[in-house]
Design a protein around this ligand. Structure first.
Ligand code: RUB
Length: 315
């Protein structure tokens, strides 16, 4: 199995998971792949990288961090490669863009922690769902600032990523309570703020995150608890500006029930969507590495970063 197949499988089987991590993992794999590539011309090198990128994008469909990261390194490299010749300089250039993405993406998580932690008050009770590096960065930064916080972590069925969050927080000395997903409303009256990550942010400010997030947002709104999303800016989905919908991954039914149970209950249909969509009106703030935005203002951030304008599209 080559590096691309191994990376594809590791992402598909969730050995590496979480939107930011899979983006960096795929970019690292492309970097390693490029160093082993034999090619006949610059065009051939670019074509092989593009094919490898397209292949890796297919490993999981929902987190737009994955295609955005791959497009970032390949497009930047292509612009630079225009003026480059020779195997060494082409490979060096691509490697640099991969390292640039990995560094920027890791720094973004740290900055989200610094910016988002300003919104955490001493004594706050927080709730988080699934396992998001960006969300944990805010919580851990607030804890490092000696704010006295308590955190509820949901189990996050069926894959139990909430246990990873609970374990990380507890190892860092945070006061953590693990709860089952269906206990969220029961505890919500005690929660000041919910903090979750995102796999994608749509043009209208809707958030795509782990299944159950939208139900938690609904409970938070009803209980008047604040709902904060922590997400790097490269999780904004450019395609949604042009009307495309974000694909929600359907995971294997055996993540929910055993093969044995299913064989005894052949007429029971099992559905296992991995993500859901939280409408913008349930979100108080999106914390990115460059600042805090209301969800409806996410277009401004996108325009600022990528210079996109409606005029360009309509002409
Ligand atoms: C992970 C998940 C996380 C986001 C953001 O789902 O929904 O909340 O990916 O994470 P899965 P991060 O476990 O199915 O990949 O902030 O680490 O990018």
């Amino acid at each position: 199995m080559n590096i691309l197949e191994k990376t594809f499988n590791d992402i598909r089987r969730m050995k590496v998971r979480g939107a930011g991590r899979i983006a960096r993992f795929a970019v690292k794999a492309l970097e390693e792949y490029c160093l082993t590539l034999d090619f006949s011309s610059k065009e051939d090198f670019v074509r092989k990288l593009e094919e490898a990128g397209e292949y890796l994008k297919g490993s999981r469909p929902t987190a737009v961090s994955l295609p955005n990261a791959i497009n970032y390194v390949i497009n930047n490299f292509k612009r630079e490669a225009y003026n480059l010749e020779g195997e060494g300089s082409l490979k060096d250039s691509f490697k640099r863009w991969c390292e640039d993405f990995i560094e920027k993406s890791s720094n973004a998580v740290k900055n989200i922690g610094l910016i988002g932690s300003k919104r955490i008050r001493d004594g706050d009770v927080l709730l988080t769902h699934c396992n998001s590096e960006a969300a944990l960065s805010i919580i851990l930064t607030a804890h490092e600032q000696n704010k006295n916080i308590k955190v509820y972590c949901t189990e996050t069925r069926p894959k139990f990523q909430g246990l990873i969050s609970a374990s990380i927080l507890s190892q860092n000395g945070v006061d953590v309570t693990l709860i089952v997903d269906s206990a969220v409303r029961y505890f919500m009256n005690r929660v000041d703020q919910v903090i979750v990550g995102a796999d994608a942010i749509a043009a209208n400010g809707a958030i795509v995150n782990k299944i159950g997030t939208s139900l938690i947002a609904l409970a938070a709104k009803e209980a008047r608890s604040r709902f904060m999303v922590a997400a790097e800016s490269y999780k904004i989905s450019p395609q949604t500006f042009f009307g495309d919908l974000i694909t929600i991954e359907e995971r294997p039914k055996y993540e929910i029930v055993s093969k044995d149970w299913l064989s005894k209950n052949m007429n029971v249909k099992v559905s296992n969507p991995s993500f859901d969509i939280t409408p913008a009106e349930y979100v108080d703030a999106i914390v990115t590495e460059v600042g805090i935005f209301p969800p409806q203002g996410i277009f401004i951030l996108y325009k600022e970063m990528y210079g996109f304008s409606f005029k360009d599209v309509l002409q």
